[in-house]
Design a protein around this ligand. Structure first.
Ligand code: GDP
Ligand code: MG
Length: 243
């Protein structure tokens, strides 16, 4: 039997309240969308993806999006291997909040230039007369102010399911995780579970005390012959979701 590798990544979603952080994640993970805004404290979702010769294990951390929980934010930034920073294209104020998120990352992470960051303008479905930000202006700020970051700027709509897969694929490219030549073979390995209220690392402190490698991704070798355990609670295994 051959050997495969696995990559462990924690992707932290930051941005102002109401920009659609939870909606983007839920569209990607469950292909669902809800008009109602239910403020998040902190939710963790776990997924494994089969990338052919390796298994990508991702913790998606959805955050509150306001400055109410500074200790939780600090912990989530400290433990991230990648960031999804979301603003809403119909709110200039939300882009100002995103800039603050950048600042927090820069202050806390000496390796901030190596961490994959995807900047996303959500709600690209809104009519043009409600739009307050152009992607070009956002990209100009990102690349002029922070030219050497490992960063990508995109727009998406959780509501209309536009560009959602593309933004998650951008992480693989920024993190230099090799995509299989047949990209249609990107499969979700196991269904997600979510834990609300507190991140795993926040519960036991283990993430905080772990020394952080400068490499963005923790690589773990394991035998492929062992049959993987899948959390099959919602019977959604092996759906192709990134193609
Ligand atoms: P969060 O606080 O950043 O997690 O925001 P939510 O995901 O809870 O969404 C806040 C509000 O924005 C909700 O009423 C959503 O229905 C709405 N929303 C989220 N994504 C979109 C989108 O792509 N387009 C539009 N028009 N509204 C959205
Ligand atoms: Mg939320």
């Amino acid at each position: 039997m051959g050997e495969t590798s696995s990559y462990q990544v924690r992707l932290v979603v930051l941005g102002g309240s109401g920009v659609g952080k939870s909606s983007v994640l839920k569209r990607f993970l469950f292909d669902t969308y809800c008009e109602k805004h239910s403020p998040t404290v902190e939710d963790m979702h776990y997924r494994e993806f089969d990338l052919g010769t390796l298994t990508l294990k991702v913790d998606f951390l959805d955050t509150a999006g306001d400055m109410q929980f500074p200790a939780m934010r600090r912990l989530s930034i400290a433990n991230a291997q990648a960031f999804l920073l979301i603003y809403s294209v119909d709110s200039k104020a939300s882009f100002e909040t995103l800039k603050k998120c950048f600042e927090e990352i820069r202050e806390q992470r000496t390796d901030f230039q190596e961490v994959p960051i995807v900047v996303v303008g959500n709600k690209m479905d809104v009519p043009s007369d409600r739009r307050e930000l152009l992607k070009e202006d956002v990209a100009e700020w990102v690349f002029c102010e922070l030219p050497r970051l490992r960063v990508k700027v995109l727009e998406c709509s959780a509501k209309d399911s536009m560009n959602i897969k593309e933004l998650f694929r951008s992480f693989l490219i920024l993190a230099k995780i090799p995509l299989p030549s047949d990209s249609s073979s990107l499969y979700r390995r196991s269904s997600a579970h979510a834990s609300s209220g507190k991140a795993k690392g926040a519960e036991d402190g283990s993430q905080k005390s772990e020394p952080r490698s400068r490499s963005l991704i923790r690589r773990v070798s394991k035998k492929v012959s062992r049959k993987r355990e899948c959390a099959n609670s919602d019977n959604e295994t092996n759906d192709c979701i990134l193609s």
